[in-house]
Design a protein around this ligand. Structure first.
Ligand SMILES: Cc1cc2nc3c(=O)[nH]c(=O)nc-3n(C[C@H](O)[C@H](O)[C@H](O)COP(=O)(O)OP(=O)(O)OC[C@H]3O[C@@H](n4cnc5c(N)ncnc54)[C@H](O)[C@@H]3O)c2cc1C
Length: 559
């Protein structure tokens, strides 16, 4: 048995399989290094870690149509590299998404194994969800205990110490008309809520710290080992090539390299759309039109308000000496400014408005997509307050409220293709952000609604100035601001999607087996049939757990 890629999906599978009763031999190959320095796991630095060059693949998108803005429309498309994969560099927000998304996945693929109830039971096995009891915070946060795990390996917490702006921001959202959702991870995501983080006592937890410690002898982990080709005997995968060596497998090869590198490896190995493979003179192994297609993501834009100085303490950290001392104090004693800086993000997920639902853009969507968007807990827009930190170009001694918009229920789809047959070349990533008319309208209506909230008295009376925002609600000003701040939330998905046999774009079946091949599975964010309406690391862990459960049953690994 062999798995490749050490992100949340790959690490979960390798850990579960190797710890099963029959203890099969599992080899895990990871292209990056060990990411061993604990200082790279400070939650207070969660928004900067991805800029550490050794921990990122450093990908960028092709110029996007929302252009004429910064960088000519080229958007950062980082992926985590090394132990923990993207969980070692991500923003550590933990959201599991709406229950209806899981049921929709089950409906699309025709298998109840993927529905909310089953997924919740699986998540409870790997989750350790901690919300400290605190009378002051009870107004804002109260977990629905039945849907959370308490003793799994993946640590999720609401830090016990809150910065001042947390309650300010939630109170203002409530006053502006949003409902407070005390547990956005109950399956009901709608409303303004505290978002827990993947951390323990403000130290980031990663797929590696959670699944790859104290590993059993039958699990071998090789770092700095990039798989460059899958080896086939006819239509059967028998191993992979990495660092000029062949690693053979007598059972399955499982690819968990993430939604950009999994299609890249499949294409390099001759599996994918014929025209894409032959154009690089790669020998064709198997035609699969969906590989590298359907790339979906969540576009992300931000606005910035300067607010009253007494509303948070983060400006202290602009003083280099103060920041160094705070970091030292936190590392030595777990206390001080670093124990609460950037500890909490506030999220507000919103349903579609009547205006969106009555638009021609909505009515042109396929009937099943329309039906899904109309469901109770399915959001079309997410707003984020208190993150990310203010870019260095702005005066760091001032106090700010970043307020962002993340597009949900996205319909735009792009591609991942090869730049060449050389495995060292980055893939060509073109997510075609907001090219679908529904996404464009949804973005504009969402941004107008966000501006209305930020202009409401609750925010206005605490706002000193608008630093970054559309100049007006006009189409031109909203799109101009969009072009200036466009990014994605790095939720790349669907590039080797799971689907039914009669869906010609389906790449894997519900056993994660690559269609038309033997001994080859894909289990990572590539396989989701649509872009989940949440921050997706929880989905990647769930995919790993689901694939492991299927394999353990198929090979009777638990005896
Ligand atoms: C900057 C950033 C911020 C994010 N913020 C959040 C957030 O706050 N909340 C959230 O829920 N999600 C967030 N995400 C997304 C989330 O982290 C990912 O969706 C999730 O980690 C994907 O898991 P995966 O297992 O599919 O792939 P990955 O986590 O990307 O893991 C893939 C692994 O495979 C390895 N690999 C790739 N190619 C090869 C090869 N050829 N050979 C061997 N190994 C290979 C990679 O080095 C990596 O270790 C963020 C992502 C990024 C990049």
């Amino acid at each position: 048995m062999f798995t490749q890629g050490r992100g949340p999906a790959g690490a979960t599978i390798a850990s579960r399989l190797s710890r099963s009763k029959t203890a099969p031999s599992v080899l895990l190959l990871e292209a990056g290094g060990p990411n061993a320095d604990p200082q790279l796991r400070l939650l207070a630095q969660r928004f900067q870690t991805f800029m550490t060059p050794s921990m990122s693949w450093g990908y960028k998108t092709e110029p996007q149509a929302v252009k004429n803005g910064h960088n000519g429309g080229v958007v950062d498309y980082s992926r985590g590299k090394g132990l923990g994969g993207s969980t070692a560099v991500n923003f550590a927000c933990w959201t599991v998404g709406p229950k209806e998304d899981y049921d929709e996945w089950a409906r699309i693929v025709g298998d109840d194994f993927f529905n909310w109830n089953h997924a919740t039971e699986r998540r409870k096995r790997f989750e350790a969800y901690v919300v400290p009891e605190n009378a002051e915070h009870a107004k804002y946060v109260e977990p629905v205990k039945e849907v959370h795990g308490s003793s799994g390996p993946v640590h999720v917490e609401v830090p016990s110490k809150w910065a001042k702006d947390v309650s300010f921001s939630l109170d203002a959202m409530e006053e502006a008309g949003l409902k407070i959702n005390k547990d956005l991870n109950s399956g009901d995501v709608i409303g303004a809520a505290i978002c827990p983080s993947t951390s323990s006592n403000s130290w980031r937890s990663t797929a590696a710290t959670e699944f790859l410690q104290d590993t059993p002898k039958n699990l071998t982990i090789l770092t700095d080992t990039q798989a460059t080709k899958i080896i086939f005997n006819g239509k059967k995968a028998t191993g992979v090539e990495a660092n000029g060596k062949i690693y053979s497998s007598n059972k399955d090869v499982i690819i968990s390299a993430g939604a950009l590198d999994t299609p890249k490896l499949l294409l390099l190995s001759g599996v994918g759309p014929e025209e894409e493979i032959t154009k690089h003179n790669i020998p064709m192994v198997h035609s699969l039109p969906g590989v590298g297609r359907n790339l979906g993501d969540h576009p992300f834009n931000f606005t910035l308000l300067q607010i009253r100085d007494d509303l948070n303490d983060l400006s202290q950290l602009a003083d280099q000496a103060f920041a160094e001392a705070a970091k030292k104090q936190f590392i030595e004693s777990g206390t001080g400014a670093y124990a609460q800086a950037y500890g909490i993000v506030i999220m507000a997920f919103n349903n579609a408005t009547e205006e969106l639902l009555s638009s021609p853009e909505f009515k042109a969507l396929p009937p099943d997509v329309q039906a899904h968007i109309c469901k109770r807990n399915v959001p079309v827009i997410e707003w984020i307050n208190l993150a990310p930190p203010v870019p260095p170009a702005f005066d760091q001694t001032k106090t700010y409220l970043p307020a962002c918009q993340v597009l949900m229920s996205t319909q735009s789809r792009g591609t991942v293709t090869l730049a060449s047959a050389n495995p060292d070349d980055a893939p060509i990533c073109d997510p075609k952000i907001m090219t679908h008319p529904f996404d464009l309208l949804n973005y504009k209506l969402g941004m107008k609604a966000l501006l209305k909230v930020l202009r409401s008295d609750a925010f206005a009376r605490n706002t000193m100035s608008w630093v970054l925002a559309p100049r007006s609600d006009s189409h031109e000003d909203i799109m101009d601001h969009c072009a200036q701040t466009i990014a994605t939330a790095w939720h790349m998905s669907c590039t080797a999607k799971m689907g039914r046999a009669d869906d010609e774009m389906s790449c894997v079946d519900t056993d994660f087996m690559v269609r038309g091949l033997e001994g080859l599975r894909v289990a990572d964010m590539s396989v989701t049939p649509f872009v989940f309406n949440c921050h997706v690391q929880s989905v990647a862990y769930t995919i790993g757990e689901t694939a492991a459960e299927r394999l353990i049953a198929e090979y009777a690994l638990d005896g």
